[in-house]
Ligand binder design. Sequence first.
Ligand SMILES: [Fe+2]
Ligand SMILES: [Fe+2]
Length: 319
Amino acid sequence: MERIPQFYPISLKLLLEKEKPCPFDLYVQRSEDKFTKIYNKDDILDVERFQNYYDNKKVFSVYIIQEAYEQYKTIVDQAFIHLKIMTENSKPQEIMPHLEKIVDCLVLDIVGQGNIEDKVVYKAGSFVKTCVSILAQDSNQLAKLIRSFNNYDYCFKHSLIVSIMSIVVAKAAKVKNTKVLEIIALGGFLHDIALITDEFEKENTLKPQKMSDSIREHPTRSAEILMGFPDIPSEVIQIVAQHHEMPNGSGYPKGLYLNAIYYPARIVAIADRFSFLITPRENHNPMKGFEAIVEMMQVKGAYDSQILVEFARLLNFKV
Ligand SMILES: [Fe+2]
Ligand SMILES: [Fe+2]
C-alpha cells in the first residue's frame, strides 16, 4: 500500500527570490487532505506567480513532504544567521525584506507544530533583537513591518504587534538598556502564548464556560509553558505572568497593586491594550491611536499613568 506523505506548511515568502531553483517538491493544499504538486525539486521558481498567489489569491504558505523538512529547517536556520549578520552590518531599509521573511518563518514554525520548541524561542529572540536595533535607528521601518503582518491570524498578528509596541512604550518610559529592551520585546511576543496553543485544542476540548476561565488563567498558563524553556530569562516569564495585572488592583490573575507589579510588565500591559484597540478584529473597527489612549486613561489606575502619559507624548498626543 502506498504510504501517504505528511505535509508541512512552509513560508512562501522565504522562497520568493529571483531565479532560484526550487530546493524541494512543492505542494498546495486543495482541501483538508488533498495536496497537489505545483513544483518539482530543481525547477526554477516563477517569482511572479508566487507573488500573485501571495497578494491576490491570499495563499501564504506552500507545503513540503516530511522527508524534505530537515532540509527546509536548514534553510530557515541559515536565514536567521543571515538576519543576525544583517542586523549588525546593514541599514534598516535593507534589513526589512529579510525581516519580513523571518517573521513568516517564525509564525509558520508555531502554526506548523502547534507548540513551541527551543529553536522557536531562539528565533523569537533574533526577531526582537533586530526590532530593537531597527527602532534605535529608524522607527518608520517598524511601522511598515507592522503593516506587513496583515495576512496573519489575529493571535499571531497581536503577538508580533505587541512585541514591537512594547519596545516603543519602553522607549517612551526612557528604558535605554538594549538587553532590557530585548527582554521586554520578548515578553511582548510571548505574552499570550497559552492562547495560541489553545487555538489548536479549541475545537474539541474547550467549552464556552471553560473558555472564559481559560482567558483568566492565560497569564499563569503562558508563564508555565515558558518555564519549560531554560533559555527564557526569568524576567520574561515575570512579564508574561503579570501582563494583565492593573495598578488599581483590579487586574488578574493575582490582583496586584502598582508597585507590586513588575515594571516591564506594566510596559507590556500598555502595549498589549493599545495594540488590541488599534487592530481590526471581527465585528470591531479599530480605534485611532489617540482614541485608544483616551480610553486607556479613562479608567483610573488601569495602567501605569506615568508610562501612559510618556507613551502618549511620544506619539505626539497632547494629554
Ligand atoms: Fe493576555
Ligand atoms: Fe494580549
